[in-house]
Each structure stands twice: as C-alpha cells, then as structure tokens.
Design a protein around this ligand. Structure first.
Ligand SMILES: Nc1ncnc2c1ncn2[C@@H]1O[C@H](COP(=O)(O)OP(=O)(O)OP(=O)(O)O)[C@@H](O)[C@H]1O
Ligand SMILES: [Mg+2]
Length: 480
C-alpha cells in the first residue's frame, strides 16, 4: 500500500458525522464550528472523486471562525489536522508584514506548509521501508562486529553499499586477523553473532561508525525559492558540498549504531523527488492553513496611517494566495487554489467587516463559537481525552500520590471559573488551567512527602485553597 492509499482510505472513513465525533473527544460544545469544518473537509474528499474538469472548478469554501478567546478555535483546527492527516500549518496573521517591510512575507506560509508536507510524506515512506532497512542494518552491524565475515558471493549486499572499508572494528579486531581459510568458521561465527544481535546481547558492545552529516532533501532545487530563509539554507548546503559531506568516526554502542545506520539507510532508500511529488500533490489537494489572530490585522473604522496601512497590506498580500496562485518553494511551484484556509479571531475590538471587503468575500463560511459556561467547564475538566483532571492525576501518580476529585469539587471549580471569567477578563477555558495550577500548587510542591497517600479533593479543599484568591479581588486579578 502506498503512502497516498493510506491517507485516502483514512479520509474515506471520515464522514462529517465521524469527524464531529472525533472532535468531540477533545472539544466540548461548539457544535456549529465542528460541523462547518467537518463539511469543509468532507467536500475535499468528495471533490477528489469528480472528473478532472469539474474538480478544477470547485474551490474550497474557506471558513472564518469567530469567538472569544479560549473557547476552542485553535484546538478545533489542531485536532482536525491530526485526524485527517492532511498537511496542516497554523500561522499567526500578526507574524506577517507587507512585502517590502521587514518581517515574513505572506508567501512563506505556503513554503512552510510544503515543508510540513514533505516531512510527513518522508516519515511515512521511511516507515514503510523500515523493515527492509532493518534487514540491511543487521548485515551492516555484523560487518562492523566481524569485519571480513560477509559471505563473498554477496557483493551487492548493503555492506558494500555502506562503504565498509570506512568502518573499522576496534573491539573485535582479533576476528579480522583470522586467516581466510577459516571462512567456514567465519560464517558460523557470523550466524552466532546474528543470533546474539537479535537477542540484544551485543547492544552494549562498542563499534566505530562513520557519522556523516549530509544535507537533507533536494539540494539544488533550493535556488528556486529565492527568499532569505531559503538562501541561508542554500549557503549551508553549499558549504557542506564544498567541504564534502562532513563525516567523522565515532565510537558508539551497537544499539546507537543501529539507529545511526537505519537513519542513513532510510535516507538512501528514499527518493527525494518522489517525496516531493507526493508532498506537492497532498499540499495542493488537501493542505489546510489555519490563520490565527486574523482580527489583529483588521483595521477598525477610519483607516489611519502607519501600522494600519501595513496591516491592510498584509490583507492584500493574503488575497492572491487564498484566491489561488502559484508560489515558488524549494520543492517546486505550489498551486494554492485548492488549499483550505481557516481563519480565526476573537474580533473583540474589530469586526469581520473591518477586514478589506475582498478578503471578507474569500471567507464565505462564518461560524461563531460560543463562550463557555460553568457546565461546559465541568465537562472540559472531565471529558476530553486530554482532560486537565486526567493530566494532573497522572502527573502526581508519578510521585506515588493518588488524587481523586469528587463531583462537588469539580462543580466548585467550574463555577469558580465562570465566576472569575465574568467578574474579570473572560479568557475562556484557559481559566481552568490557572485554577488547577493554583489549587494543586501545594500538593505539587510537596508531592514527594505524600507518596503512597490517596488525597481526595473535595469542595472544601477547593474553598480552602482558593479562598485567599477568590476573596481578594486584586489578588485574583494577578493570580487567576
Ligand atoms: N470547547 C472546549 N473544549 C475543550 N477544551 C477547550 C475548549 N475551548 C478551549 N479549550 C481549551 O482551552 C485552551 C485554549 O483553547 P484554544 O487555544 O482553542 O483557544 P482559542 O479559541 O484559539 O483562543 P484565542 O482566541 O486566544 O486564540 C486549550 O488548552 C483548549 O484545550
Ligand atoms: Mg487561538
């Protein structure tokens, strides 16, 4: 099964309902937003099944997620990317500046996405080749342990590929001195060593390997990019090329040598061009770019000078990319037409209508995320796979302390979160993080002294530990 089959199959199972179900594992509520992203994702799978002419016509419906801070915008995007295996990049709109200003140009997001795609595809291909690489590694390790023991007829074995002469064995050199007449003995010894190797008995033995730092990826194509960052890496690669790939001998254990040789072997087995092609295909057809903090580049009301002009410039620079244009990357030219863009922002100061009209029009799907209340907080504490309660319980368990939260305590914490959010800044679910930290501060500090104990966190415990902060408005402003 090729790398692309794997993802297509995965995508096939991801019906909108299934996507929402999976998102439910991590995000509480926000059903509308989940539904919107699920549909957008499914539409791309659907599009890929259409005949070419129609397929080209269907552009993704970009999404604008609007909602107060800390209610799950970024989290939804992150989880979405994880579950569909599509190349995904999250960027902050504020990081970019208009062309000509100092800072990152907007096109760099496509280059970054392509780099993500490249690495994902490469990792997948390496995974597929791992078993065949491992076979070769075993031979190479045996050559290291028993130089000259390789059967003669196997001239094309990896041992020759691996530049055997460069490896010199130091710990077992007496084997190397055995007369050639003992070839039969040799192969018997080799088999014996093979057995020991497989059982891990030789793991701690030391051998000498050549560690080379070869430049990663396709070297020459880098010139195509034509931007500062790529130029820098080009220079580095050039230096490497001129000085010859730097390699040096290193004394390592067999266990470490295995890792080094596997990495080298995999590097050799993988064709960067193939990786490039597949990565490009995936990025163009399934790539997702999440632009966070988009509200920060909106300009409110009257357009002023200075920074506002630059912000608007960034919006203008984003337009062609969202619309579909060709961007030069070191992996080749990438067409952005079918990349899905999800923009998100709190829009507390500015409004979506403060974005330049052309950009507004390119994000036709609007979803609003709701702010969270005590009941949501209660569920957030308990239900997600990575729920805070679970995290802290596990953390303390490493010190032998068992903590148990009872229902009252959880309720108390959730209403406290809601309360503080309304009284002061509404920072959404992030409030739970500060509350948890505060609540368990003492316990975390002296956990070692409580090893073996079971500590029940009750509503009283919460009151007791939070009372200072809760009663004193000023204090809570700083602490929670
Ligand atoms: N609905 C939710 N369900 C579960 N966890 C949530 C939810 N909303 C937020 N969280 C948690 O709160 C934290 C912040 O959420 P997130 O990063 O998604 O905020 P955001 O909406 O992107 O805010 P901002 O506008 O500040 O970027 C994360 O740790 C996330 O897991
Ligand atoms: Mg965010």
């Amino acid at each position: 099964m090729s790398a692309s089959d794997a993802t297509t199959k995965n995508l096939e199972e991801l019906t909108p309902r299934e996507i929402v179900n999976r998102l439910d594992n991590y995000i509480i509520g926000q059903h509308k937003a989940k539904k919107a992203v699920a549909i957008a994702l499914r539409n791309r799978t659907r599009r890929l099944k259409l005949p070419k002419e129609i397929r080209e016509e269907i552009a993704p419906k970009n999404i604008l997620m609007i909602g107060p801070t800390g209610v799950g915008k970024t989290e939804i995007a992150r989880r979405l990317a994880k579950l569909c295996g599509a190349p995904f990049l999250k960027v902050e709109a504020t990081k970019y500046t208009e062309v000509g200003y100092v800072g990152r140009d907007v096109e760099s997001m496509i280059r970054d996405l392509m780099a993500v795609g490249y690495n994902v595809v490469k990792a997948e291909m390496q995974e597929q080749m791992k078993s065949s690489a491992e076979e070769k590694v075993e031979e190479a390790l045996l050559d290291l342990l028993l130089p000259g023991s390789a059967p003669k007829q196997k001239n094309d074995t990896p041992s020759s590929e691996m530049n055997l002469p460069a490896f010199t064995d130091v710990t077992n050199s007496h084997f190397a001195e055995q007369p050639a007449a003992a070839a039969g003995d040799m192969s018997a010894t080799r088999e014996k060593f093979r057995q020991m190797l497989r059982e891990g008995k030789l793991d701690e033995r030391e051998v000498e390997v050549n560690v080379s730092r070869r430049p990663q990826g396709p070297t020459m194509e880098i010139f195509a990019g034509g931007n500062i960052e790529d130029l820098e890496s080009t220079m580095m690669n050039l230096t490497n090329m001129i000085s010859g790939s730097r390699s040096k001998k290193k004394l390592v254990t067999v266990k470490e040598a295995r890792e080094i040789i596997i990495a080298e072997q995999l590097d050799k087995m993988i064709d960067p061009d193939k990786v490039c092609d597949e990565a490009k295909r995936r990025v163009e057809q399934m790539g997702i770019i999440f632009i966070d903090e988009i509200d920060k580049i909106a300009v409110r009301g009257e357009r002023g000078g200075g920074q506002d002009v630059s912000r608007e410039g960034v919006q203008r620079d984003i337009l062609p990319i969202v619309e579909g244009s060709n961007v030069n990357t070191k992996y080749g030219v990438v067409d952005t037409t079918h990349i899905l863009f999800i923009a998100a922002g709190a829009f507390s100061v500015s409004k979506p209508s403060d974005l330049i009209p052309e950009l507004q029009g390119r994000f036709p799907l609007r979803v609003e995320l709701e702010s969270l209340n005590a009941e949501d907080f209660r569920r957030i504490l308990l239900e997600p796979k990575n729920a805070l309660i679970k995290q802290y319980t596990e953390l303390l368990a490493t010190e032998g302390v068992t903590i148990k939260f009872n229902d009252d305590a959880i309720n108390r914490m959730s209403s406290l979160a809601e309360d503080v959010n309304t009284r002061m800044e509404n920072i959404g679910a992030r409030r739970l993080h500060t509350i948890m930290e505060n609540l368990l501060e003492d316990l975390s500090f002296e956990a070692d002294a409580h090893a073996g104990e079971t500590i029940e966190i009750t509503a009283d415990y919460v009151d007791e530990h939070m009372k200072d902060v809760v009663q004193d408005q000023d204090l809570s402003k700083y602490i929670l």
